[in-house]
Design a protein around this ligand. Structure first.
Ligand SMILES: NC(=O)c1ccc[n+]([C@@H]2O[C@H](COP(=O)([O-])OP(=O)(O)OC[C@H]3O[C@@H](n4cnc5c(N)ncnc54)[C@H](O)[C@@H]3O)[C@@H](O)[C@H]2O)c1
Length: 338
């Protein structure tokens, strides 16, 4: 197969990074078009990626028959309908996580996909492409910690006094669907896809009172019980003082392993009158920069060589289903059965 011709949709905080990867760093991919309704974002594309054709409107990008695949980095509230429109236009789809904010919409995507089995759809659970998480997965599969029975995982962002995510909250689905959905997917993947039985969740607003208006929180915890007795305990935060701090521990009958316990930015350690310390990754992007690239390479390998990623649309639906249940458990103040 020739290079896969991509159109990227959404050139915001993360879309620009994906655009640069597809344009410059992914062999077998050719970024040919970009879409954003925001003129400033199209100006960025025309100065940084001048070879692209630019669209203000998604439908005009989809009408370009020379595009093989779309790469959606748009607000989560748009994902499902944009995936369905792309499939109807005959395009493969990469779409950022989560699949949707609504389970019926997830089912509509799966149904539409079943009508186009020759087209691939992948949702960007980027942590599965991180070298350390992959090593943990392989170690667990080889029995390194015996039978894994508990995952403790957190996604914690550095506090942003500008409140980007307060403006982002109405379309993000809230803390559990936006952040914990990564940990939900990790827990399922690392534990071998057990069936969830029940979730508990609670949360608080530690700093960002503006979230109250749309029912969101800036710190939340949740527990998932699986029907074979295994457990996942999750924490998400928007208010860390030190930086982006994503870490995961998997505990088994013969040991435990952890990923990212010290969220170090690099290998420098400073010893001074305050003690021993190191800088921390400032945002999710620095932490997962390599993984975003590997994720793009994996999608291109899937399209060109049929190499499976192990990540299915059903996985994305299940992570959304559990995330929605966690939000409901928080809102209702009681356990939610799945
Ligand atoms: N994998 C990760 O770790 C990770 C991290 C951050 C964000 N995300 C996901 O990426 C997505 C985008 O997040 P972001 O932080 O870049 O948001 P953002 O608000 O910075 O960017 C959204 C982009 O979508 C564009 N857009 C809005 N409406 C559109 C439309 N109708 N058609 C085409 N484009 C449209 C906007 O112009 C903007 O370019 C979200 O789904 C989010 O969950 C994933």
């Amino acid at each position: 197969m020739n290079a896969v011709r991509f159109g990227i949709v959404g050139l915001g905080r993360l879309g620009r990074r994906h655009a640069e990867n597809l344009a410059w760093h992914v062999p077998g991919a050719k970024l040919v078009a970009a879409c954003s309704p925001v003129a400033q974002e199209r100006e960025w594309a025309s100065s940084c990626l001048p070879e692209l054709s630019l669209h203000a409107d998604y439908e005009t990008l989809l009408a370009d028959a020379s595009i093989d695949a779309v790469w959606l980095v748009t607000p989560t509230s748009l994902h499902a309908r944009q995936i369905i429109a792309a499939l109807r236009a005959g395009k493969h789809v990469f779409c950022e996580k989560p699949l949707s904010l609504d389970l019926d919409e997830c089912d509509a995507v799966l149904e539409e996909h079943s009508r186009h089995p020759h087209l691939q759809v992948m949702i960007g659970f980027v942590r599965r492409f991180d070298a350390s998480y992959r090593d943990a997965f392989d170690g667990i599969a080889k029995g390194a910690i015996g039978r894994p029975f508990m995952v403790r995982s957190q996604t914690c962002d550095k506090n942003d006094p500008d409140g980007f995510f307060v403006r982002f909250a109405p379309t993000s689905g809230g803390l559990f669907l936006d952040c914990s959905v990564h940990d939900i997917d990790l827990a399922r993947w690392l534990l071998g896809n057990p069936k969830p039985k029940r979730v508990y969740a609670s949360g608080t607003i530690a700093i960002h009172e503006g979230l109250r208006e749309c029912g969101d929180i800036d710190n939340g915890v949740g527990t998932i019980e699986f029907d074979d007795g295994r457990l996942a305990v999750l924490y998400a935060s928007r208010t860390m003082a030190h930086g982006h701090d994503t870490q995961t521990e998997v505990i088994g009958t013969a040991g435990a392993l952890s990923v990212g316990r010290n969220p170090r930015a690099n290998r420098v350690e400073i010893a001074d009158a305050h003690g021993m310390r190191n800088a921390c990754t400032p945002t999710f992007f620095e932490r997962f920069e390599d993984a975003f690239l590997r994720e793009a390479q994996a999608f291109v390998a899937l399209l060109r060589d049929g190499r499976p990623t192990g990540l299915t649309l059903e996985d994305a639906r299940e992570a959304t289903r559990i995330g929605i249940a966690m939000r409901e458990a928080y809102e209702k103040g009681r356990a939610v059965e799945l």
